[in-house]
Write a new protein. Sequence first.
Length: 325
Amino acid sequence: MPQPTSTPRGIALLAAIAALLGTACGRSERPAADAAATADTAAAAPAGPSATPLTTVDSLDGPEAARWDPDQRVWFVTNINGSPSAKDNNGYISRLTADGTIDSLRFVAGGRNKVALNGPKGMEITGDTLWVADIDVIRGFNRKTGIPVASIRVPGATFLNDLAVGPDGAIYATDTGIIIAADGITHPGPDAVYQIAGRTVTTAVRFEGQPGPNGITWDSVGRRFVIVPFSDKAISAWAPGDSVPQKIGEGPGMQDGIEEFGGGRFLVTSWADSSLSVFSEGQMTKLAGNLPGGADRGYEREGGRVAVPQLTENKVQFFQVDAGK
């Protein structure tokens, strides 16, 4: 597998995110120290949640997000395949079997079959539609055939990142507010969450400062969204109707993906310490380390499996997660 520094498609640019946005979060740990920390955590809390490595899928191109389709029992994985801000129509979505075997590497591919897909990131499923965040557009594809069915432009968006479905059936999308170019990263904003109801787009909430909202998930216990930022440590909650988000805890920084784990707990990935963790009651419990570039993970609730895309490593790692006591 080519390393990020050697690939000609610009994946090395993603490694620069850690250096350019991580000043408030600290430097990433070395893999050896990370593995040791993971072992220490497991030894210290044997009754808590744990993650066992299963398999690794490589030969991908900047995988950013994974989404489990429980109906078809397949995984979808978005591949940026270049700069995440470039409108190069070079992105694609892979489809994997339940055990992680590649079923269709380019199930949906930009430039093929009239598909437009630039820098695909977070995904959600409603009905038969697979929704994908793509820079400043929310795109919809038939999850069974891959045929494009919708394209909703989000005015003012600069870096649509993750998607979540609210109890109202609307899609909520984070905007990290950054632009990544060959000469570095700028942060013009807006740092926001948008609501997409039908084909109508509105700004649901804006963040003060430049936290870079990244991952978003619906908290079915707290009846609110929980949002993790990339360029800040603060983890926030926001309920529709609230004017501002509320801080509910902190992570290690450079948080990327978040998904409800059950019982008011959430799976979170972080670039700061290359980790997969559980966030609960304001506290983080590390499940696995040595996951550089860990992005928007997917969770299969029925089987307890988690897929962690490693964007800068061009691979996805699968884990069996035990919820613990």
